[in-house]
Ligand binder design. Structure first.
Ligand SMILES: [Zn+2]
Length: 230
């Protein structure tokens, strides 16, 4: 029910093509970078003209990554509207569909850099992105992906920030988007029920539909997940 298209060229050109193709949503993937190696928050940028859907979607993603990796969120509850001092705004502002720019981890932080290179952590980031798209764009459609920095006509050698310990931001961002593409294109029906998952590492071991009104509590001492029907 979903197809993914990677848009290349300069950022304005990517957005115009995605508009022409009537994409349902637009994602540009980056990693953050700072002179301080301890910088460690999750943030999503939206355009200065972003819709409420873009903002809600961006916050949902940022907060899910923050919980998964045990990190704080940056910006305003996870989003930075209009980018940092104008940076990031131009990358999204020309889209007609909801659009977000992801900065899930810091390429400059040694611990984050290890995660950025880890196949398992990449899968976790891809799964959160996939779930966010499924949640916010439930009817399916064409999903626009843009790899930050890479494939720009005007600066073909740009790969973004150096990742601590080796590699470049854009190449890892592309790996994660490739994984997310496979997950998203594998979805065969809309999520019509509230679901709980048991996940080990990056593998979903068990999935169960639950009543939308039920309370779910975890007792770590007994190891019991209790589902109480309202
Ligand atoms: Zn970047």
């Amino acid at each position: 029910m979903y197809n993914v298209e990677f848009y290349k060229g300069d950022y304005l050109e990517r957005q115009r093509k995605a508009n022409d193709d009537k994409c349902v949503c637009y994602v540009e993937h980056h990693f953050n970078s700072s002179a301080s190696p301890s910088a460690n928050y999750v943030v999503v940028i939206t355009g200065s003209n972003a819709s409420q859907t873009s903002k809600n979607w961006g916050r949902w993603y940022a907060q899910a990554v923050a919980r998964e990796f045990d990190l704080p969120v940056g910006g305003n509850a996870g989003i930075q509207v209009g980018g940092y001092n104008g940076r990031g705004d131009f990358n999204l502002r020309h889209t007609y569909m909801p659009a977000i720019l992801l900065e899930p981890l810091f390429a400059s932080n040694p611990q984050h850099a290890e995660w950025i290179r880890s196949d398992e952590r990449q899968n976790r980031l891809a799964r959160i992105l996939c779930e966010s798209i499924q949640r916010f764009f439930q009817k399916g459609g064409l999903v626009a992906f843009s790899v930050g920095h890479k494939y720009k006509t005007s600066r073909p050698n740009d790969r973004g920030a150096k990742v601590y310990g080796g590699g470049m931001e854009a190449d890892y961002a592309e790996e994660i988007l490739n994984k997310a593409q496979e997950m998203i294109e594998g979805i065969d029906k809309p999520q019509e029920h509230r679901k709980i998952n048991v996940i080990q590492g990056d593998e979903v071991l068990w999935t169960q539909n639950v009543d939308p009104d039920s309370d779910i509590t975890w007792d770590p001492v007994r190891g019991v997940l209790r589902i109480d029907q309202a």
